[in-house]
Design a protein around this ligand. Sequence first.
Ligand code: ASP
Length: 341
Amino acid sequence: MASRVLIVHTGGTLGMGMPGHRRLDLQAKEHLDRLVKQVPELLEIADCELISPFNLDSSDINPGHWTQLAELLVEKGGVGQAGEGYDGIVVIHGTDTMAFTASALALMLRNLDRPVVLTGSQRSLDAWRSDARANLASAVEVATMGLKEVVLVFGDVILRGCRAVKTDANSYRAFQAPGLSPLGTIGTQIDVDWERVRQPSGPFQLQTAMDQRVMTVPLFPGLDAARVYDSVLASESHHRPRAVVLQAFGVGNIPRLGFLPLVQALGEATIPVIVGRQCLRGHTDLELYPGGRSLLDAGVIEARNMTYEAIIAKTMWGLPQPEKSLQDWFSENIAGEVNLH
Ligand code: ASP
């Protein structure tokens, strides 16, 4: 019996009309026919059905859409309900923020029971020499293969969704998972490294609340700590962010003059500070230098080797779950987003 795959089309370049990147009506009944006409192999790979909850450039997608999407995957896709719904789900998504959505879905759909595969393309299906056809066909095929993870399929790789980063604005190899080799490769055949694919470690859990009141401070030499202080702490407390992500240097270093007092003031205002790194690879190690150690004394949270996308998603996801502190959520590996040691 053919596998059943639900395609959830959320927008992005893949489904746009050429010339001129026009938005097509993805709700239209004919949209699936249009996809099948352009990617006829879909019919051979699986029985596909298509829904489109929204049609957006992914720059316009926000945490509310992540919640909507996760709930849709449960209601329409059968995710988390053994024997219900589809064998796998493909989410067609714009490439610009696909890694954020993948990170959020991986956390929201904890202990996932079937493949959720995000894909998109750099050129639309209508465009000549497009990457869209191959990406879509590969994504649907991967969705039939039983991986119980949120993955991103793009070009010739299958990446863990919560480790993926868009690293190239133009290339057909636009995504990488820095520090984690692909879970699979796509060539004449699709090879999955099954040893490294995650298995659910408990019952499925849907947790879709997100608190988007998060602010990031990318450090640079010369950044004035007083300005950062003003923009975070000078406003009334109900306007303040609920967490601050510091994108620090190297293994998590900050200019101690100015920034250490700022971090201490944030601590006093009970605003958690998450320290990430600007380097794509490697991990934070705040024990290594005196500056980092003073940050630890001030109670900051180390992001280790999490991507920026995963840090943002995990912070928004952890804040509305008061049964654990953000510090505790960050010391757990929920969906393969971090290496803790
Ligand atoms: N701006 C588009 C988007 O992210 C780019 C793409 O799909 O590749 O929606």
